[in-house]
Design a binder for this molecule. Structure first.
Ligand code: AP5
Ligand code: MG
Length: 216
């Protein structure tokens, strides 16, 4: 299964990707997570990306395309992958198309998560993740079963992202509408796009995605 999840910041791409990983045993390729790791490790890419990410803007296509191309060559991507947050511009979409044909791979589906703008602000401002395994939580919508303990790995340290604040979210949303939303038309025209209502319960949304994947 080779899949792209597309949607605005806070739409639930990461949340749904983790559920797909569990069911289909394919890796989640989140360019946001890869870039945050590069920032944390102080690599050259991380140094270039940090200020851009903190401001809520998009990192350059060249940097992101190179990261994804390298990641797709790893053995665990042979049977499939979930691209979470890539591509985000038409140039990235064209680059991905070239990468896949060079690597003799074919995309199965592009799934759009549709969420109201007002809900995104609430989701992003309440988000936190496990500092060990990256499991996502929310102050209101998804708390660990045992307070302060990660459901997935038992760790007790959590973190919040520096770009999860109302001001930066506005910039991220603008980047989504200006640069990423044209991809919906692009993939619809290619016949690959399926849209899912991302406003309901996390499990119900996963079932809708799963039905699409089963028919791919
Ligand atoms: P990235 O990390 O991809 O951030 P994003 O696109 O802004 O998306 P988020 O991770 O914020 O949201 P999500 O859709 O994953 O939502 P989640 O599941 O966590 O990118 C960060 C930055 O990196 C970019 O701004 C850019 O600078 C750079 N970057 C990354 N990729 C790039 C690229 N390709 N090109 C250039 N630059 C790039 O859910 C959010 C919250 O809501 C959670 O708390 C969750 O528990 C909760 N939630 C989820 N679903 C539901 C639900 N159904 N009901 C209630 N709550 C829910
Ligand atoms: Mg995410």
């Amino acid at each position: 299964m080779k899949l792209i999840l597309v949607g605005p910041p806070g739409a639930g791409k990461g949340t749904q990707a983790k559920l797909i990983v569990d069911k289909y045993s394919i890796p989640q390729l989140s360019t946001g997570d890869m870039l945050r790791e590069a920032v944390a490790n102080g690599t050259d890419v991380g140094k270039k990306a940090k200020a851009v990410m903190d401001a809520g803007n998009l990192v350059s296509d060249d940097i992101v395309n190179a990261i994804v191309s390298e990641r797709l060559d790893q053995a665990d991507c042979k049977n499939g992958f979930i691209l979470d947050g890539f591509p985000r511009t038409l140039e990235q979409a064209e680059a991905l198309s070239g990468m896949l044909s060079d690597k003799d791979m074919r995309l199965d589906k592009v799934v759009e998560l549709k969420v109201n703008d007002e809900a995104l602000v609430e989701r992003v401002s309440g988000r936190y993740t496990c500092g060990n395994c990256g499991e996502g939580y929310h102050d209101t919508f998804k708390q660990p079963a045992k307070e302060g303990i990660c459901d997935r790995c038992g760790n007790s340290q959590f973190k919040r992202r520096p770009d999860d604040n109302a001001d930066t979210l506005r910039t991220r949303l603008m980047a989504y509408y200006k640069e990423t939303s044209p991809l919906l038309g692009y993939y619809f025209a290619k016949g690959d796009l399926k849209s899912v209502d991302g406003m309901g319960d996390i499990g119900d949304i996963f079932n809708s995605i799963d039905n699409i994947l089963k028919s791919a």
